[in-house]
Design a protein around this ligand. Structure first.
Ligand code: ADE
Ligand code: ZN
Length: 358
């Protein structure tokens, strides 16, 4: 059970403006972030130049204009095309390092970052190219930004399970550099159970397991992710709200949902932020976290997601802000004592001003 923090004791004494300031300045964990989705248009152009590649867009503005998505698939088509400029170890390092530097400005103290190996191995760019880059960026972020990070290998669910199993086997020499597996890409028509053997193998290897579910797909995919894959967190999960028994189970089992509000709006899951169901998910008692998914494509990093969402929902106040921040730290795969230390930092910041000096 989530213990009551300082904000719960003084929720009404913290104004909306102060809540937004605290949201921005608080230590937080990012748990749903695709490294390929942090590839900013400027970096796409500079890597294309570095690698002698011609892009089908004349400039950054023209590429940005193409980011008008109608659903998940319309985004994925551009996202996979964009990733084609990533060719060398230096490219992957620059990508990861740019994200870590950007996340540090949002006071991210810990990031669990998805990567899509099949997007790269399928075009001849192997684990020996991207894994050393990710490991080097992780080390540098720890030393220079005091930010910890873990990597989560995602299987592309629109490919076969045999392909996923082969990818996991190929990843084994780099086992120490990733902590878990995930499931992403086109959700509709690709049920989680398709990957039950790959996730069982991952469990045997001691890996954590998460899965995208209930983004565009039905609530049954959320249930199946728990039952067939042993998922410890559900990525998105916003459609779980359509199934009361499922909500009750997610609350009872304290399964974290890594919700990405700006992504959901840009991919037309919700009409706009004002219609996003995060307040409803929180009210139902779900362990909700706020994340950025693919910030280079969806118009904002984690603080943009938090601030824009809290600004438009009158019912989201200080107590809810504290809860989502604390949930992010609690739902991470970091060791318990580390999570406890972050929560102590969070509580220090959220103490009422009158007791802070005592
Ligand atoms: N890959 C990158 N972003 C994704 C998302 N939001 N859903 C599924 N797969 C993804
Ligand atoms: Zn995602």
């Amino acid at each position: 059970m989530l213990s009551q923090g300082p904000a719960h004791k003084h929720p009404t004494t913290i104004s909306k403006d102060r809540t937004l300031d605290l949201l921005a300045a608080s230590p937080k964990a990012e748990l749903h972030l695709h490294i390929e989705g942090t590839l900013e248009p400027e970096l796409i152009f500079s890597l294309a130049r570095r690698n002698g590649l011609k892009l089908p867009y004349p400039d950054v503005e023209a590429l940005r204009r193409a980011y008008a998505f109608t659903d998940l698939q319309s985004f994925l088509d551009l996202y996979y095309a964009g990733a084609d400029v990533l060719r060398t170890e230096a490219d992957f390092f620059d990508l990861a390092w740019a994200y870590f530097e950007r996340a540090a400005r949002d006071h991210v103290v810990h990031a669990e970052v998805f990567f899509d190996p099949q997007t790269h191995t399928g075009r001849g760019v192997g684990f020996d190219v991207f894994m050393p880059a990710f490991a080097r960026a992780t080390r540098r972020a720890r030393h220079e930004l005091q930010m910890t990070s873990e990597w989560i290998l995602c299987f592309l669910r629109d490919r076969s399970e045999d392909d996923a199993l082969a990818t996991l086997a190929e990843a084994l020499p780099w086992r120490e550099h990733f902590c878990g597996v995930g499931l992403d890409s086109a959700e509709r028509g690709n049920p989680p159970a398709k990957f039950s053997r790959a996730f069982a193998r991952a469990a045997d290897l001691g890996l954590h397991r998460v899965a995208h579910a209930g983004e565009e797909g039905p609530p049954t995919y959320v249930r199946e992710s728990l039952d067939a894959l042993g998922a410890e967190r559900i990525d998105h999960g916003v459609r779980a709200i359509e199934d009361a028994a499922l909500v009750e189970r997610l609350v009872r089992e304290r399964v974290p949902l890594t919700v990405c509000p700006l992504s959901n709006v840009r991919l037309c899951v919700f009409e706009d932020l004002a219609h996003h169901n995060l307040p409803q998910l929180l009210r139902a008692g779900l362990k909700v976290t706020v994340n950025s998914d693919d910030p280079a494509y969806f118009g904002g990093y984690v603080n943009d997601n938090l601030l824009q969402l809290f600004a438009v929902h009158p019912e989201l106040g200080a107590a809810e802000a504290y809860t989502v921040l604390r949930n992010s730290l609690e739902a991470s795969f970091a060791p318990e004592d580390t999570r406890g230390a972050w929560i102590a930092q969070l509580d220090q910041l959220w103490q009422p001003a009158d007791s802070r000096a005592l």
